[in-house]
Design a protein around this ligand. Structure first.
Ligand code: FES
Length: 115
């Protein structure tokens, strides 16, 4: 297995708790989310109608699409509520360092859960 290629996308301090921001890593459009459980990265395109999930709201450990309200589990990319039925990809996140200066690293290899 090849080593994951980690990309530095931002400082942890740039990502407030319960917030989402859009980042790009190796051409992948990613919604980066910080919630109580940690920092997660999922594909930024809703699997229902292709709008940007980074414009949505963080709800616990899920990201809610602003257009029709589907929530996606940040750990798996699976939709938790309709109308979306397909998962979005997830990306591995590694935090390097301590405190707000810690760096958020993302492996831009998309991982898609099998249905
Ligand atoms: S576009 Fe996201 S739920 Fe419809």
């Amino acid at each position: 297995m090849s080593e994951p290629k980690l990309m530095d996308v931002c400082a942890l301090g740039d990502l407030a708790l319960e917030s989402v921001r859009k980042v790009e890593a190796s051409g992948q459009d990613i919604a980066l989310v910080r919630c109580e459980e940690g920092v997660f990265a999922i594909g930024n395109r809703c699997s229902h109608a292709e709008v940007e999930l980074s414009e949505g709201e963080v709800e616990g450990c899920a990201l809610e699409c602003w257009l029709h309200g589907s929530q996606f589990d940040l750990r798996t990319g699976m939709p938790l509520s309709p109308p979306a039925v397909q998962p979005v990809p997830t990306f591995t996140v590694v935090i390097e360092g301590e405190g707000d200066a810690a760096r958020v690293l993302v492996d831009p290899t998309p991982q898609l859960i099998n249905q």
